[in-house]
Design a protein around this ligand. Sequence first.
Ligand code: 5BU
Length: 463
Amino acid sequence: MVGVLPSQSGTVSRRDYEDLVLKLHDIQAVKFGEFKLKSGIMSPVYIDLRVIVSYPEILLRVAEAMWDRVRGAAFDVMCGVPYTALPIATTMSLQHGTPMLMRRKEVKDYGTKKAIEGAFARGQTCLVVEDLVTSGMSVQETVAPLEAEGLRVTDVVVLIDRQQGGEARLAAQGLKLHAAFTLSFILDTLVAAGRVTPEVAAATKKRARSWPKNAVGAELLRLMARKQTNLSVAADVESADAMLALADAVGPSICVLKTHVDVFDVWTPAHAEKLQALAAKHDFLIFEDRKFADIGNTVSMQYGGGIYRIADWSHITNAHLVPGSGIIDGLKKVGAPKGRGLLLLAEMSSKGTLAKGDYTAAVAAAAEANQDFVMGFISVSPGSWPAGPGAPGLIHMTPGVQLAKGGDDLGQQYNTPDSVIGERRSDVIIVGRGVIAAADPAAAAKQYREAGWNAYLASLQEA
Ligand code: 5BU
């Protein structure tokens, strides 16, 4: 056995991981090109780890690479997700003496057949072993029957994280994801070895998604997963009181309430307090769409002070990058100590916008360099940015959304939720008049929520 262990110390080095990527590519467990998936969508990457069973040495290395990642996690038993992960879990069990359980794939929750095979006691902790995580949904199908048997599940280990939101989805359920590889790591390794062109790698990374570094960004992804909504309503109504009433009405359907409080006649700290109470009641985040655009020193005063004191109550605000990156520093000085997040305007929905091309690319670079405070973008078509939609942990929020394509007579241009989330690859739809001008805004918000979330789930599965 010793001869095939990845390294003599028993821990797996970066070189070992890179070497294993090349081996997986050799046996065509990971392939690049254009592949048509079940959904009919074309994908530049195809991963099929079932072939690993035919290569015992690679199977052993895979199991060791995954074991290395969960060092430090505490568990009594392990359960592989059927079928591809079963031989991997078995190998880990044999190598390290941790007992294994098996989930029956065919058993739903009827009859007397056992859903979980093996010997275990209620209250034991079970590690879930999976080959690949995309959106995290198949892992959840294994976690549910384990928990129904009284087992605790806190950690999940996978060979490959495709970076399609799985980590966020699992974190929302209190599950920590450990991955031997991210898709980005695999791509970087194959590009370095000359096996994949940088163009194919860039096309693949366009779809990648990882966990946000900014706390508000992370909270937004958790909130979206637990509340099953990617709808933000733009509360552009006539008064602060009307805004509060709207927030209460659409609250159950939204992840973010977007405000323009400078359009109201009156704004007091009491309004801010009431809005915060509604955010807590309905579980949504507040986004004051202030579009800061001055030098760092000025925006820090505008953000923290004045009549509005935006940083005191708004989880999220946004800024143009026209002044240069000093604007991020100025806002961060005020917002970071309060745990806030910033969106940069990379594109706008209005006709003739100058935010495009090189400007958009510069915004993406500034966001990537400031991910502690910048949580994402206001964007319109991130899926068609030449260098991909920005760093994988950044979130895209897109205004100019209605159920029918169109516009208004002042330059606004509308796309549908399907187009914005599916084709243009944004995360959150921002809807103003589509909801607030409807006869029943609460009902309209439900409709937009459903359209947005269905498109979001479909986009996670395509990957
Ligand atoms: P509408 O009623 O859905 O058109 O409202 C859109 C909202 O989004 C409104 O509050 C605008 O100020 C905001 N918006 C936008 O429409 N386009 C942009 O590029 C940006 C913000 Br940034």
